[in-house]
Ligand binder design. Structure first.
Ligand code: ADP
Ligand code: MG
Length: 131
């Protein structure tokens, strides 16, 4: 996902360029907006964490870009491309280092396992929306 802060400040193109240049294939993509309920459900695994309410408010605050990306070793390579959750700790040249504003508004989401990538892909896309 490209998160609301990055969409709002015109970073969709720059982020997609980095994703393309890193060798990911786009399988599915949409411009959409999460309701608070949908954001709460997407981030259900974090519901006990102190920032959950803030995260749900933020992720439903404006449009996002959702995509399914394909590559050999995609989960690990995408986490490497986006960098650490906290942009002040992200490596130079990573998407979050370049585009993220804060630990909460950190520009992009990446799945943390193949299993969660499957679940998160199904959250946004039907089989007919994948190419
Ligand atoms: P990641 O997105 O790197 O996998 P997490 O899964 O730990 O990170 O957290 C999910 C999202 O919750 C983060 O991307 C960020 O938007 C938000 N978040 C994480 N930690 C904090 C925090 N300490 N304060 C506010 N928001 C946070
Ligand atoms: Mg995570």
């Amino acid at each position: 996902m490209i998160k609301p802060d990055a969409v709002a400040n015109g970073s969709i193109g720059g982020i997609l360029k980095m994703i393309n240049e890193a060798g990911f294939r786009i399988v599915a993509m949409k411009y959409t907006k999460l309701s608070a309920e949908a954001a709460g459900s997407f981030y259900e695994v974090h519901k006990e964490r102190p920032f959950y309410g803030e995260l749900v408010d933020y992720m439903s605050s404006g449009p996002i870009v959702a995509a399914i990306l394909e590559k050999e070793n995609a989960v690990a390579d995408f986490r490497k491309l986006i960098g650490a959750t906290d942009p002040t700790k992200a490596e130079e040249g990573t998407i979050r280092k370049i585009y993220a504003k804060s630990i909460a508004a950190n520009a992009v989401h990446g799945s943390d396992s193949d299993e969660n990538a499957e679940i998160e892909g199904n959250f946004y896309f039907s089989g007919l929306e994948r190419f």
